[in-house]
Design a protein around this ligand. Structure first.
Ligand code: NAD
Length: 291
């Protein structure tokens, strides 16, 4: 049985730990939260008293942490010095491209293989084991990670070298954030011009305006397939997480001098939306700003 240490058992990491156990891995879990550890125990994970204890002897380490500073701290100060030389390191957190590259280079300087493997799919996909992984790192490490990522996800894409997984993630989410706002304003304008939203949905879903934000995740209650709009925007992908990803995209763009006018506007709108107290609502609730 392959031994896996998983660190970070929050909304995403707990479902991932559960699926690793179901996938027949020998899983040791660590989180700063006792409640998260108790939940992991319930899934059949062993629990460790520290990150250092969790990674000792592990063949694979998976981390699912809030942000770049957590990832940098834990790898630089606890993980890298305490793993075996053949241990594969896989960070699934969403973090900035720069930190992802720095941490991977630190790992490589010790002869260790590391992948950045952020996910798309949210908590439901984490629980169901149907995440999409966007992976940066070398091809050998990518091959070696197939089993562990396959236990937690259904699609695993090699995006390129170190940091490429994070680049793919933030560019995808910048596109999503901007397209959701465009979808919301089109739906609102259509209604103000006298169109029934269902009629507009039926037309645009089959015309050149078709987009995932409309067809699969329509922000209007009762229109299109079931979405957070049908549940007063509870659940789904929180506006605060969309803002986090847009902020990472803006940092990435600044670092390489890229022009991202629509991304900038989307970041500004989501920042205001969160400041107005909507951070925990699904990101499609941005339609309420246009009412
Ligand atoms: P979360 O806040 O629910 O969980 C993070 C966990 O990390 C917490 O349980 C926390 O106690 C733990 N933690 C923090 N520092 C730690 C440390 N030093 N040692 C051990 N444990 C530590 O966050 P989440 O929603 O699970 O998201 C995790 C990552 O996944 C984030 O980077 C997020 O952007 C990304 N993500 C989230 C979603 C989503 O829908 N929630 C979707 C895609 C990607």
């Amino acid at each position: 049985m392959t031994t896996v240490a998983i660190i970070g058992l929050g909304n995403m990491g707990s479902g991932m730990a559960d699926n690793l156990v179901k996938g027949n891995f020998d899983v040791t879990a660590f989180d700063l939260s006792e409640a998260a550890l108790d939940k992991a125990k319930g899934f059949g994970c062993k629990v460790a008293a520290s990150a250092v204890d969790a990674v000792k002897g592990a063949e694979i380490v998976v981390t699912m942490l809030p942000a770049g500073k957590h990832v940098h701290d834990i790898y630089a100060n606890q993980i890298l010095a305490n793993v075996d030389k053949n241990t594969l390191l896989v960070d699934c957190s969403t973090i900035d491209v720069g930190t992802a590259k720095t941490v991977s280079e630190l790992a490589e300087s010790r002869g260790l293989k590391m992948l950045d493997a952020p996910v798309s799919g949210g908590t439901a996909a984490a629980a169901a084991g149907t995440l999409t992984f966007m992976v940066g790192g070398d091809a050998d490490a990518f091959e070696k990670a197939q089993g562990v990522l396959g236990a937690m996800g259904k699609k695993i894409v090699h995006a390129g070298g170190h940091g490429a997984g994070q680049a793919a993630k933030i560019c995808n989410n910048m596109l999503l954030g901007a397209s959701m706002i465009a979808t919301c304003e089109s739906l609102q304008l259509a209604q103000k011009l006298g169109l029934d939203p269902q009629v507009f949905f039926d037309i645009a879903s089959n015309a050149s305006g078709q987009t995932w934000s409309l067809t699969t995740y329509c922000p209007v209650k009762g229109v299109g397939p079931q979405s957070p709009a049908d549940n007063d925007f509870a659940g789904g992908f929180a506006s605060a997480l969309m803002l986090k990803d847009l902020t990472l995209a803006m940092q990435g763009a600044e670092g390489v001098d890229a022009q991202v006018p629509m991304g900038e506007l989307a970041a500004k709108w989501f920042e205001q939306h969160c400041d107005e107290g909507n951070g925990s609502l699904d990101f499609s609730s941005i339609i309420n700003k246009l009412a």
